[in-house]
Design a protein around this ligand. Sequence first.
Ligand SMILES: [Mn+2]
Length: 314
Amino acid sequence: MTHLNPDGDAVGSQLGMFLALAEMDKTVWALASERPPETYDFLGAGRLVITDPAEIHGKPSWIIATDSAEAHRISGDISRFRTDARLINIDHHISNPRYGDLNLVQPDATSSAELVLRVLKEAGYTPSQAVAKCLFTGILTDTGCFRFAGVNSGTLLVAAELLDTGFDPSEVTIPLYEEYPLTRVYLERIMLERIEIHLEGRLVMSTLLNQDFAALDAKLSETEDLVNRLREIRGVEVGVLVTALPDGMTRVSLRSKGLVNVSDIARSLGGGGHRRAAGIRTELPPAKVKEELVAAIGRILADSPSEATSSTYN
Ligand SMILES: [Mn+2]
């Protein structure tokens, strides 16, 4: 299992664990409420993900959730198995309440994929190329290709170990970063056009509306990591992308350079995540969410004035 609206680490961790267990001759299913986004078709194994729990025969004795910060964020209906199976929670979100019967929650790991590899190795498993590609995908996407805070020599050593299985890394990097669909570029253009500068340039927000996706025939999954473009602006402490979803809910993606702990802010509005990357799904309308965020982030930044804010923006 992994989380709803899966990102690269979610898909990579789930498929990596799934393929490895299959290679170890375990009876295993990969279940989710939806197939992984097309972006990850290059991993191949995505087509093995089932969406109907009725396809699972017998009584699984274990459920493994990877990269899911909370039990209710797990994608796919596990309720019918929950009484017989024990739940293993493998994750690196600091907000994870350790909802499993067994928990491997390590907030200092830069990806869940790294933790999946650690568990598999403990079990005596040596990664195949197929599994290594899945886990490498998780590491690349959750570290912004080794750029984000938290990356250390350990991260690179894990990546090196995966590459030593012999796959060509361009099989991962090209589909992930060199082949964006045009619709994503258009979404990015809309996001950039709608930039709102707050708190003297230290908070940048933008909004995508349901109509934008309809007009472009774009998918929500195509916005993955677009919000990073907002954080990477000089002087910005927090970048926020607010997306109005078709079901009337509002999705908020927050990225921080580190001064503001966006995991705390997300939690105060019913979400969760990491210090520098967090998300919220809320019933509040976009305008209201933005108002709350300006207030909350403004309170934090008021305590840490920056010298650089006086003249850059007005
Ligand atoms: Mn992750």
